[in-house]
Design a protein around this ligand. Sequence first.
Ligand SMILES: Nc1ncnc2c1ncn2[C@@H]1O[C@H](COP(=O)(O)OP(=O)(O)OP(=O)(O)O)[C@@H](O)[C@H]1O
Ligand code: NI
Length: 313
Amino acid sequence: MNKNPLLQVSDLSVTFRTNGDTIQAVTGFSCQLNNGICTAIIGESGCGKSVIAHAILKILPKTALVSGSVQFRGMELHDVSPDEMNTIRGRQIGIIFQSPDRALNPTYRIFRQLVEPLRNHRVVPEENRKEHIITTLRKVGFSHPKEAALLFPCNCSGGMNQRAVTAVVLSLLPDLVIADEPTKGLDSFRVSDVKSCLMEIKDEGRTLLLVTHDISLARDLSEELLVMYAGEIVESGKTHDILQSPIHPYTSGLLKSLPENGFIPIPGSAPSYANMPSGCRFQDRCEYATEKCNHKPECIQKHGRMVRCHLFC
Ligand SMILES: Nc1ncnc2c1ncn2[C@@H]1O[C@H](COP(=O)(O)OP(=O)(O)OP(=O)(O)O)[C@@H](O)[C@H]1O
Ligand code: NI
């Protein structure tokens, strides 16, 4: 375990209160993000991936009750004021949301999209801003950055806008970048644009938290993997190890459902948050479930791998 992780999340739980109902969307989530490493969170829709990303960034709605700890460079983010958090967001923790077109202001040229955050966060001295912007645009793949800086988003292709958004994030020199479903709903050309932008972030030595349902994206980009099911981590470890030899039956099921592995879906669906089983949350869909699974499985840690399953207790 690294003693000085960039981000340390410990026992994070998030509960929503809506119309008298209580939904515990995330239960006891812990992870450590180390400098320069890409960690991916994967899992089916609704398992709590975005809620975790939003809890780290403190952008959850007021109906969310958050417990546990999120430490960034040793600083507890729960204790940070909204003003300080606004400074940390963008400047120290960059965010890449789905749909870059919505992240850009349609009335600003690319240059202005970059220069305003740079000015607000005072990242580079004024006299160096222009050069910094041109260098960043070149880094993310614009071969004619000076010309690109003069374009409006509507003059750009989807791929160019993706690169512009990445340039905005990178220009602020963040330590950590969180990308939430950056490829959702995109065709294969756009997916490869996103992938090369994320690769650039990695090549810059920045730490990346990739939230995705796209296992091949996680495989190609991440070193560490967290597999979530119904609000909990069920397996974590090195991406390569997990994808080569999954331990948890849910992880095996996810991999079997990939087209290259036969497209065999996991039967059934995840339990509803309002009606969560008290034991293993995957038991109703698990071919190995036994009596034991009515009790909550402990997390087993071995050789840098963690798994939450009675089969391995
Ligand atoms: N503002 C909210 N109020 C109530 N429930 C919410 C809220 N936001 C999220 N949830 C619930 O929390 C659970 C986890 O949602 P989350 O968006 O984190 O899933 P996800 O894993 O990111 O899914 P996807 O892959 O579809 O993006 C879901 O059941 C969702 O309905
Ligand atoms: Ni999501």
